[in-house]
Design a protein around this ligand. Sequence first.
Ligand SMILES: NC(=O)c1ccc[n+]([C@@H]2O[C@H](COP(=O)([O-])OP(=O)(O)OC[C@H]3O[C@@H](n4cnc5c(N)ncnc54)[C@H](OP(=O)(O)O)[C@@H]3O)[C@@H](O)[C@H]2O)c1
Length: 271
Amino acid sequence: MNHFYKDKVAVVTGASSGIGRAVAAALAQNGSNVVLAARHEGPLQELAVELGADRTLVAPTDVTVPEQTKQLAEQALTFYDRIDLLFNCAGIMHNSGFGALDPEIFRQHIETNLMGTVNCLRAVIPLMQKQQGGHIVNISSLLGRYPLGGTSAYCTSKYAIAGLSGTLRHELKHDHIYLTTVFPSFVKTTMLNGHMKSVRESRFYKMTSNYPPEKVAAAILKGVAKRKRELTLPRHMHFTVLLHALFPNLVENITGHLLGGWPRYDQPWEP
Ligand SMILES: NC(=O)c1ccc[n+]([C@@H]2O[C@H](COP(=O)([O-])OP(=O)(O)OC[C@H]3O[C@@H](n4cnc5c(N)ncnc54)[C@H](OP(=O)(O)O)[C@@H]3O)[C@@H](O)[C@H]2O)c1
């Protein structure tokens, strides 16, 4: 039990699945009150039963709709009186060559991954400012650190999250609001189905895509309690990021090779 989380109030988006679900569960297990947000109510209700109704509030929310994220923050405030922690875990990923990607799908990535996070931030930050304290966690990706062919929409949204998080970290210092950006590598969730077939069939992917969301959640909670500004997960991937900063061509070529070669511009996603 990490006492940092005892009786804290946390809002978690994307709480119905994968990393968000694991973060919500870990928070409840560490004594926090958790507001569970995602679009589909059924899985949120199931999780609430699992974690205990006294520790959870189910708040179905589409993060792409600013009115709904405002309502989410208001619900949390009415029920618990404050918001100490915000975990922006909601996200989508659908990859293909840029030329084969429906522009509508590109727009959905920006709407959900970037604007969804922006909407939640705009709803919660003023409350944290009034409280003069809080901690925000934004989930970017290793693809917010260096690019991979075939991931244009997702990669664009995740680079944007990294930049946004960096600027806010400066702006919110005065209000004692901390911000952690998380850069996960492959994590074993349903999202992995959105990768290109060539990636999913590569030996490297098969070797590295077994990282469970529960381990990610544990590392995030540990990092937040220590007020870490950034977390690259698993930790050893930090070396790849450093190496990429020094030798971008080399690292991108090796990564492309290990992940089954770069997809072509007009290559569609295949099941
Ligand atoms: N899995 C990985 O390999 C990996 C790697 C790096 C980063 N990440 C990032 O980690 C975060 C969590 O991903 P995951 O792997 O846990 O994926 P996941 O299992 O597919 O979960 C995605 C969650 O986002 C919610 N969501 C999607 N659109 C939403 C919307 N418009 N409004 C509210 N909630 C919405 C989904 O619930 P509903 O459908 O019910 O709304 C679901 O709870 C994402 O930001 C992802 O980009 C994942």
